[in-house]
Design a protein. Structure first.
Length: 112
């Protein structure tokens, strides 16, 4: 798992936030962050209201959260399935129909 930084503006849930912050967020000034928020679905009208307030920009909540690397998870799932599939073949536990189904699932997992 890896940790990513997320950004959540006021009433952000209405517009699909929180969202993963851009990798260069720490180098961005308030104006750039506001532009990024608008580009990512935050209404410009709300951003303008906040920009004219005593805050001078959209006040955001930032937080870090661990997210699972889906590529690693898919690879792990494929490896576990492949091992189970081969074990079943070795024991002659599969009918022809079972074999075809398992082969199709294996191909699906392999493609990701």
């Amino acid at each position: 798992m890896k940790t990513n930084l997320f950004i959540d503006p006021p009433s952000g849930w209405k517009y699909g936030f929180p969202k993963q912050a851009p990798s260069n967020i720490r180098e961005m000034d308030f104006h750039d962050i506001t532009n990024w928020l608008v580009e990512n679905g935050y209404p410009i009208e709300e951003a303008e209201v906040w920009s004219k307030s005593k805050f001078g920009s959209v006040p955001c909540r930032f937080f870090e959260m661990e997210i699972q690397d889906m590529e690693d998870e898919k690879k792990s799932l494929y490896e576990r399935f492949h091992a189970m599939f081969n074990d079943m073949i070795d024991r002659d536990d599969l009918s022809v129909e079972d074999y075809r189904t398992m082969r199709d699932v294996e191909q699906f997992l392999k493609k990701g």
